[in-house]
Design a protein. Structure first.
Length: 327
């Protein structure tokens, strides 16, 4: 059992890395893994989708609301979703971690276990091939994810055409409800977290809280959509309306959403579900993982039942972050 004095500061970089390397998930594409100046992975297709994401303590997660395991799981899952949104299959992750020297080594080990379990559950064969560890004033996790197309063409945001069916795979608004529940029950007006109340909130609302703290995006549905002829696709990370508007702008069209098919306001504006939003030709067979929620129409922007939806909606870390609320 680890002693309380075991922190990443007391152990140092080398010993900390030695503790976490065995916990990280391996990649089946690895030629040379962690421990050298670079990792080396195979790229059979010759084209490599690459994405990166930075999760910062405060706007992206709160210690107490999230454990090290939760943070590792979510950091892994959110990057896998970006690769899937291109129609690709995730193959490898590179992880950078900065944390205060007083951070317990158990926190970092739990973070590594979160990466391991998320990659194993959501994208078997994808693993951590390298990264970096540094001292910092708060916890920051930077992830770069790589993938392969394996014969399909990249599905971008710019291919939607008038008449396409708009469909989604995964949840809408559930993660936002989970975050609201956590803040209502476990976060004080000064931003402090009641850890025991987090556990009770999770037990009472397992679907919503799990969607927020340990999202499970439909990673495999990305490649399935590409094979089915998807013309445009993206990961819904910042809210359906905001991300649909991004597809509309990139494609030069309007996205008309069916409110009855979408659900409520949380489904329109809540973020962090990491579902996949895709457009398909009318002639395509919509994959079973997807459900139809609208159509691509002439014009610009997003409409709800034919009426322009001008509210911004969604998540912006520069304007929406508040230490004492879920916004």
């Amino acid at each position: 059992m680890n002693e309380p004095r075991d922190t990443i500061g007391s152990l140092g970089e080398g010993a900390t890395l030695a503790r976490i390397f065995p916990l990280l998930p391996p990649s089946t594409r690895t030629v040379l893994g962690p421990g050298d100046d670079c990792a080396v992975i195979t790229v059979p297709d010759g084209r490599v989708p690459v994405t990166t994401d930075l999760m910062v303590e405060g706007p992206d997660f709160r210690l107490g609301l999230s454990t090290g395991y939760d943070i590792g799981w979510k950091a892994c899952a959110t990057n896998l979703a970006d690769i899937a949104a291109m129609g690709a299959t995730p193959t490898a992750l590179v992880v950078g971690l900065a944390a205060p020297a007083a951070t317990p080594i158990t926190f970092v080990e739990d973070l590594a276990r979160g990466f391991h379990d998320a990659a194993t559950a959501l994208a078997p064969g994808c693993g951590v091939v390298g990264g970096d560890l540094s001292n910092g004033p708060i916890v920051m996790v930077a992830v770069t994810a790589l993938g392969e197309f394996d014969g399909v063409d990249p599905v971008t945001r710019a291919g939607a055409t008038i008449g396409n069916v708009v469909a989604v795979a995964g949840d809408l608004g559930v993660a936002k409800r989970g975050l609201d529940i956590l803040f209502e029950r476990a976060v004080g007006s000064d931003g402090t977290v009641d850890v025991a109340e987090v556990a009770r909130a999770w037990a009472a609302n397992p679907v919503e809280v799990s969607a927020q703290l340990r999202p499970s995006p439909p990673i495999g549905a990305g490649r399935i959509a590409a094979l089915a002829g998807a013309t445009a696709m993206m990961d819904v990370s910042d809210g359906l309306v905001l991300d649909a508007r991004r597809i509309a702008t990139a494609s030069g069209v309007a996205i008309d959403l069916d409110l009855a098919a979408v659900g409520d306001l949380d489904a329109l504006t809540g973020g962090e579900d990491h579902s996949l939003l895709a457009c398909f030709p009318l002639s395509a067979t919509i994959p079973a993982a997807f459900r139809t929620i609208g159509r691509v129409a002439p014009g610009a922007g997003v409409r709800i039942d034919g009426v322009a939806f001008d509210a911004a909606g969604g998540w912006d870390p520069f304007s929406d972050y508040s230490p004492s609320s879920s916004q």
